[in-house]
Design a protein around this ligand. Structure first.
Ligand code: PHB
Ligand code: FE
Length: 348
């Protein structure tokens, strides 16, 4: 289960007037344990050896929320790599972002029933590039040498301790853009030893054969196929869906999963999951308040439609292959919001 949110019924800081601030884009100068302190609008982000503390004004007081530095950095890495993703990216049960596609909201307590009901939540809206620039700066300063926020915990060094060095290589590895399918001319490459993708330890038994393509005369170069299991067996990251086929607005985004999805995703559209290998268990709660809805344990071959009005987080004991099928239709989230579409895709 997720840890229960740390609720502060009383403000930690005595009531005080909080000066209204502009959407400041420059970093505050102080450092803690060698790490820069950052601001984004009215929010302050501070990390120390173990923890990240986010502070926001509410009801004339300052509220703060603390989470583990490694969990924060894993979540922030996803937000950076995915361009704020679809809908809501909850870093935990208190803080996160909501994509307005062009603008982005950073919220504290907005989707936490207790904070929100008591008027202690805060939502700040930014133009996406402004917020993206700032969170990239946070990641660049706070990810230390040896820590890879995309890697499974068993495959990375520690996120903890005083500031030492940086890991630009790890944090600049964004989602590989695929226009149609990996391996097509002028599209993203297939993965191999030669281009730096060895087989992951968990997938040593996965066949590495590529399909034979036999096109009718005249159709050479128009038929394409690749071994998706081989492709996934060579993924060097976890919980990072990457596009492997594009058909109009239909995107196949398979990914390899190990340990815990570093965010709790608040869907703004239906997502289909196809479990390709091993097992993932999903905790599903309602999107607005986080009330429990279901636990779904997915085994190879299982298919699930994740509704448009939920948040969910996956848990995988062993590295697992998952196909996430996304619908990138523009304005789809608005159609769900207006109630034009039911939050589930099929009635049985
Ligand atoms: C999701 O929220 O649907 C999601 C996100 C990342 C993954 C898998 C699923 O790796
Ligand atoms: Fe999702």
């Amino acid at each position: 289960m997720e840890p229960s949110p740390e609720i502060q019924p009383q403000p930690r800081v005595p009531a005080q007037a909080v000066p209204a601030r502009e959407n400041r884009a420059e970093a505050a100068p102080e450092r803690v344990a060698g790490y820069k302190v950052f601001t984004l609008g009215k929010l302050t982000f501070q990390r120390d050896e173990y923890l990240v503390t986010i502070t926001w004004p509410a009801k004339g007081t300052l509220q703060s929320h603390t989470m583990s530095a490694d969990a924060f950095l894993r979540a922030l890495m996803r937000d950076v790599a995915w361009g704020f993703f679809y809908g809501i990216v909850n870093f935990d049960n208190v803080v996160g972002t909501r994509n307005l596609y062009g603008e982005v909201e950073f919220f504290c307590g907005r989707y936490n029933e207790t904070y929100h009901r008591n008027g202690l939540s805060c939502v700040e809206t930014f133009e996406s590039p402004v917020a993206m620039k700032r969170i990239k700066e946070i990641l660049a300063d706070w990810v230390i040498e040896g820590f890879d926020p995309f890697a499974a915990p068993l495959e990375t060094g520690s996120a903890f301790g005083e500031k030492r060095g940086a890991n630009p290589k790890a944090i600049e590895r964004y989602r590989v853009p695929t226009r149609r399918m990996p391996g097509l001319p002028s599209d993203s490459p297939l993965r191999s030893e030669e281009n730096g993708y060895p087989i992951n330890r968990a997938f040593a038994d996965v066949s590495q054969d590529e399909p034979t393509i036999e096109a009718e005369p005249g159709f050479e170069g128009e038929l394409h196929a690749f071994n998706l299991f081989r492709y996934l067996s060579r993924s060097d990251v976890t919980w990072n869906p990457s596009v492997t086929s594009v058909l109009r607005e239909s995107l196949f985004c398979p990914t390899t999963e190990e340990y815990i999805l570093p965010i709790i995703h608040g869907n703004d559209r239906v997502e289909w999951f196809v479990q390709l290998s091993d097992e993932i268990s999903w905790e599903i709660t309602d999107r607005e308040k986080g009330h429990p809805r279901a636990r779904v344990v997915m085994k190879p071959g299982d298919v699930a439609a994740m509704p448009a009005d939920i948040r969910h987080q996956g848990f995988a004991r062993k590295r697992a292959m998952l196909l996430v099928w996304e619908n990138a239709t523009p304005d789809l989230s608005k159609r769900y919001e207006r109630g034009e579409l039911k939050p589930w895709p099929v009635d049985f």
